[in-house]
Structure formats: structure tokens, C-alpha cells
Design a protein around this ligand. Structure first.
Ligand code: KG4
Ligand code: ZN
Length: 349
């Protein structure tokens, strides 16, 4: 019999609802709806938390109805409701979890408070069925982390960013280039026509011990180049975008190479390097990581770009994984703006 879970995602600026079923041992995405709020935040060059929370409130109930209708299920056929409960912007998290709890209460179904990062971490098991353990590079707008994933709920962090996340580096440098928001896809598009070698950018942390990242020096270097060229032409923008994409990919690949050595030593049975989170949609980065994994005898696996960026299918799937293990949450489970995946880690999650 199928296990069917409704997923809700409202942790940042995407309002999302999805229905995922586990049919025997096969996961099936029955519906996966995402309403981006790009136009609402674009004038501000970044996400405005209050605007995001209000937009979630206005969009979510109809989106859930549509997700259920597209999946061809009613609430009685659902086995659980999973909502992203953190980390993220508290207003949006409260909207999503309150909606999830209300539905769970009214329909008398289990509620699952899902860690958004766990949604990203497990997304590759939804799309590719990757077995534990695997090494994960989780790169999104708020997080850059290297994690060993050894079980549902079992994550060991090997590295994290000391300042900006990789997605933030894309977003902030895109803003400096006048490329708009979100920056990652805009830089990727502009970079296609660019020469990545014309401008030289730093590679923060290269050669340093450990697996931590740093990106703020990159942003400063781009700011200085832009300040020296008040009239950036399309050629300059394309070349700078290509240099930024290459520098971020280099930094991520170098730190991931170190993490692979630790992972293979600790888990000789491990087979895969996985990338997830919005930045993992970047094609240059994917090619780079794929070559790195091959050199180290690992498979490189990343979900399709639509499952890399924020979505509710990954939340529903994490809900299914947790429900199967009996990890159900009470209706007073709190929304948590900060919620590290590896609870032993001390720095920002
Ligand atoms: O996972 P995500 O959708 O939301 C968070 O949890 O943060 O990631 C969003 C981030 C943004 O910073 C966006 O610029 C970046 O992912 N991103 C990309 C690409 N698509 C999205 N970065 C580089 N290349 C892309 N194609
Ligand atoms: Zn995310």
C-alpha cells in the first residue's frame, strides 16, 4: 500500500505544496507546485521577510488545494502532513507550520515538522534512491555545508561557511553587476557568453586545513572591480559573471575534495558525492563536481534542478522518510529560525 504525504514549504520566498507517494519501494511525485515571489522582492534586491510572510498567507491555501487535486487525492487518503519548520524566515515558517498543523488536526493525521535542510539532504533519495552513507554538498541561499549523511536524522557536518553562503555570493555579486534577483540563475545565463579568465578573482580558503568555506572576499573583489569601471558594458558583465561562476565552483570543488578524503577514510563503503540546494542547479558546478567525484572513484548524483531549488516535494519526501521511522511531531512543535542539521555543530547552522 502507498504511503502518501502532503508537503508544505514556506521557509523563504517560495510558496510550495506537493504530494509525494511511496508506492511499494518506488517514490512518486504526484504533484509539485511552486509559486516564486520573485517579482515582489526584485525591487529590493533580496527577500523582504514581511512581504514573504504575507505572500505565503495569501497563496498557500489555494496552492495546497491544487496540489491535492493534481495528485488526485483527498485529505482522507493522506497519511501525514509535513511542513518545513526551519531554518528560515520566522514569519513564513509560522504560516506554513500553522497551516500544516491545522490540516493535520482537522483531518486527524500525523504532523511532521521537517528541517528544510533535511529536505534538501534527502532529496536525492527521492529522485535517485541513493543509499546511505553519502557525502553531501548542500549549497543554497542561506547555507553552504559539507555533511556526511549516514541515516535519516544522522548528519555529521565536516564544513560550513565562515561568512556568506554560496548562493548569497551569487546573489550579492549579481546585484553588483546589476543582474537582478535571484543572482545564481542570472549569473549562469550571463556567464555563457563570458570569458572566465579576463578578470582574476580570489579563491578564499584555498589550501587551508579543514573543509570550511568563505565567500565574502570574493564579493569585495568584485565590488572593487566594478567600482573601477563605472560604465560596465555587456561584455564586462558577461566576463565578470563567468569569473564569479568559476571562482565559486573552484572554491566549492577544492573544499569538497578535502571532504571526500575524510568521507572515504571514515566510510569506505560510501559510493556517492551528492549535491543539493539551489546552487546545485548550476551546470558549471555540476560538471566540476562530477569530474571530481570520478577522480575519487565516487558517483556524482544531484537531483534535477527543479528539485534542487526550494520545493515542497523534498519536504513531503523527508516527511515520508520520517513517518516510516515513527518520527512524528506534536502539534505544539515550534517553528525554528535556526536549526542546524548536525546538532553537535556549534557555528551557524
Ligand atoms: O535552495 P534554494 O532555492 O533556497 C534556499 O534554501 O536558500 O537556493 C536559492 C539560492 C539562491 O541564492 C540562488 O541564487 C541560487 O540558489 N541558485 C543558483 C542557481 N539557481 C539558484 N546559483 C547558481 N546557479 C544556479 N543555476
Ligand atoms: Zn533551500
Amino acid at each position: 500500500m502507498a504511503v502518501i504525504v502532503l508537503g508544505i514549504e514556506t521557509s523563504c520566498d517560495e510558496t510550495a505544496a506537493a504530494v509525494v507517494a511511496l508506492e511499494g519501494s518506488v517514490p512518486v511525485v504526484r504533484s509539485n507546485l511552486v509559486r516564486a515571489q520573485i517579482a515582489l522582492h526584485e525591487p529590493y534586491g533580496g527577500v523582504v521577510p514581511e512581504i514573504a510572510a504575507r505572500a505565503h498567507l495569501g497563496l498557500l491555501d489555494r496552492l495546497i488545494s491544487r496540489a491535492l487535486a493534481e495528485a488526485g487525492v483527498g485529505l482522507t487518503e493522506i497519511d501525514g502532513i509535513a511542513a518545513a519548520a526551519g531554518p528560515g524566515l520566522i514569519g513564513g515558517l509560522v504560516v506554513g507550520t500553522t497551516m500544516g498543523k491545522a490540516i493535520a488536526w482537522a483531518a486527524r493525521k500525523p504532523f511532521l515538522a521537517v528541517n528544510h535542510l533535511e529536505g534538501h539532504a534527502l532529496s536525492v533519495r527521492l529522485t535517485e534512491g541513493v543509499p546511505f552513507p553519502y557525502l553531501l554538498l548542500l549549497v543554497s541561499g542561506g547555507h553552504s555545508q559539507l555533511l556526511v549523511c549516514s541515516a535519516v536524522g544522522g548528519y555529521t557536518r565536516l564544513g560550513t561557511t565562515l561568512d556568506d553562503a554560496a548562493g548569497e555570493a551569487f546573489d550579492k555579486t549579481a546585484k553588483l553587476l546589476g543582474l537582478g534577483y535571484p543572482g545564481g540563475p542570472a549569473i549562469e545565463r550571463a556567464a555563457r557568453e563570458g570569458d572566465p579568465r579576463r578578470f582574476s578573482l580570489p579563491r578564499p580558503m584555498r589550501g587551508r586545513p579543514g573543509c570550511d568555506f568563505s565567500f565574502s572576499g570574493l564579493k569585495t573583489a568584485v565590488r572593487e572591480i566594478v567600482a573601477r569601471r563605472p560604465n560596465l558594458g555587456p561584455r564586462d558583465v558577461a566576463d565578470l559573471a563567468a569569473a564569479i561562476e568559476l571562482a565559486i565552483s573552484d572554491v566549492l570543488a577544492e573544499r569538497t575534495g578535502r571532504a571526500i578524503r575524510i568521507f572515504c577514510e571514515r566510510h569506505p563503503e560510501g559510493r556517492a558525492l551528492v549535491a543539493a540546494g539551489g546552487v546545485a542547479a548550476n551546470q558549471r558546478l555540476r560538471r566540476r563536481l562530477s569530474a571530481l567525484a570520478e577522480d575519487c572513484g565516487l558517483d556524482f548524483v544531484a537531483p534535477a534542478p527543479a528539485i534542487c531549488t526550494d520545493n515542497a516535494a523534498m519536504i513531503a519526501w523527508a516527511g515520508i522518510e520520517r513517518l516510516r521511522l515513527g518520527f512524528v511531531d506534536a502539534l505544539d512543535a515550534a517553528a525554528r529560525p535556526r536549526w542546524p542539521l548536525d546538532t553537535r555543530s556549534e557555528r551557524k547552522g
